[in-house]
Design a binder for this molecule. Structure first.
Ligand code: HEC
Length: 101
């Protein structure tokens, strides 16, 4: 019994640990982004939504700035994304458009 309890404790500890350090998931970020963010950027950019991220006078040029802008826009949209989903979207946008190191 003691061994079983200890095994359970140890495995749930490692499970929590692995979830805590889970990397951002850009594929999930793309789904979230495309479902919630495209239409408004599309009307702003004359039908070509992702140009907002690649135009020469874009606003965002740092990861921190990207995170802030994603947070600002998701508040405008009113989607209740927790921190990890914001990170998924930030990772998607950075890998595909911003390419900030
Ligand atoms: C209701 C309209 C609207 C929606 C919906 C919207 N945005 Fe935006 N977004 C804007 C506007 C306006 C700007 C600023 C454009 C400018 O400054 O020229 C912007 C700019 C941005 C930028 C910065 C672009 C740059 O210049 O580098 C990012 C990143 C961004 N939005 C992310 C998102 C994300 C993520 C979502 C979905 C949660 C989203 N937006 C949904 C209106 C919107």
């Amino acid at each position: 019994m003691k061994t079983l309890t200890r095994t359970l404790l140890i495995s749930s500890f490692f499970l929590a640990l692995s979830q805590g350090v889970q990397a951002a998931n850009p594929a999930h970020g793309k789904d979230l982004h495309d479902a919630n963010c495209l239409s408004c950027h599309s009307s702003l950019m004359g039908g070509n939504p992702n140009v907002i991220y690649t135009r020469s006078d874009r606003r965002v040029n740092t990861i921190d700035g990207l995170r802030k802008q994603v947070t600002r826009c998701k508040t405008t949209v009113g989607v209740p994304w927790p921190e990890d989903q914001i990170e998924d979207v930030v990772e998607y946008l950075n890998q595909n458009f911003y390419k900030i190191k």
